[in-house]
Design a protein around this ligand. Sequence first.
Ligand code: ADP
Length: 524
Amino acid sequence: MLQKAEDVLKRYFGYSSFREGQKKIVGSLLAGKDTIGIMPTGGGKSICYQVPALVLDGVTIVVSPLISLMKDQVDALNGMGIPAAQINSSLDHGEVRTRLAKARQGEYKLLYIAPERLESDSFRALLQELPISLIAVDEAHCVSQWGHDFRPSYLAVADAIRSLPVRPIVAALTATATPEVTEDIRKQLSLVDEEVYITGFGRENLILSVRKGEDKRSFVQEFLDANRQQAGIIYASTRKDVDALHDFLEGRGYSVTKYHAGLSETERARNQEAFLYDDIRTMIATNAFGMGIDKSNVRYVIHYNMPKNLEAYYQEAGRAGRDGEMSECILLFHPQDIQTQSFFIDQNQQSEDRKAYEYKKLYAMIDYCRTPRCLQQSIVHYFGDLSAHVCGRCGNCTDTTEPVDITVEAQKIFSCVKRMGERFGVALIAQVLKASKNKKVSQFGFDKLPTYGLMKNFTEKEIADMIHLLIADGYLGVTESKFPVVTLAQRAIPVLKGEEKVWQKVMLRPVKQQVEDGLFERLR
Ligand code: ADP
């Protein structure tokens, strides 16, 4: 059977071989098993049911949510000489009957329908008469309320399958792979003894990295200086950030444009084109930019802020390197990003369940920013493919610098935070440790604290940077009242008790320099 599938792939579609995941999914379907196929956008999901449709007897029903996509696929199939048709709301009843009659006579191998069709009893009765061998449910996450695109009409699919005289094989395909969604697909579609294949999430040509404690503007400037000829996208969380960064870079002569929902339609179209046609190198945008845009030579995607979850991050970062050439995906992490994303979740009036779910995904995103593990592997694991190996390319894989023991400095910072009552922000904590003569310090009597001046060998900025990194690594928390207040997190307790050490790898150059300058007591 698989041999036959490969012949079909070559003859009709003109591809020399299946991608690895496609082969598994096609093989499983042809072996008669219900199959869930999870593949990123662009991974080649349609082949997974189109090829079996041609190998199996009878007709394949494809349930698809978007009429325009359906039409594109049917046109493409017809263009390859494959008999396919669609039935949707644009057809009158007579035309629907004609097409179904043709299907009954075996004139189509694939019949595309919108899920709403299955809610109609009369349509379901007509389906009974078709020799259906396979039902492919495209965008299957639409059946799950956890998915980002729940469509109640998908709930009719399982009933329709049950009502058929002979149960067909069921293929469910999606790019959304959280365990909740997968479980919902299984349950709502009443799959039987199904195989689940999660594949294609690894991208060999992406070099992922996370940078903490950077001055973001200087970093971007330096990066653009070194990559002037390359096209790339910089994503920021808010329109305000996009505008500000755009104006800053434009003012310094960089070839930049911008895109967000606050711009007029004409302006968006103009800016997008300037970027697509390489008139302008760098696009600065919110997540409104990118859907359906296929620019192959994007050499870098920089995230100026951490996005809300890994699905969003990987989708945006994945716009780099579509042409297969090596490309960089850099995330500039700052603890403030956690605040921003938490705020977005809290502000969206959703059920408590939904909020908890969004928070869970946010925490996975934060973990990605903090992990010392291979970044590519972390992402692919997150999407459920546990077979992935370390990539050897990402920022973590290639970082050979030895971590520095900063336990003593961390203890000084933690005890200062504690003695100041966990009621102040980064700047004032840094001033107290630096023994600043600032009036506010003496007003609160902090110049009498035993921690006053404990780190006076460092500059105030260095201390502040270190505090930010300790926040980034989860030793300190930040709570927002009128202004951000630094608090001790659970993770700091064993450090204060001397039970655990703190290693810092990220402040590479500055810390190393300071070690050489003898500022770290421990290493002096
Ligand atoms: P998805 O639905 O997963 O987003 P598509 O089915 O639209 O992906 O396929 C994405 C692209 O990959 C298409 O341009 C398709 O022609 C191409 N493609 C799919 N399978 C193969 C293959 N086996 N070999 C080469 N190209 C393929």
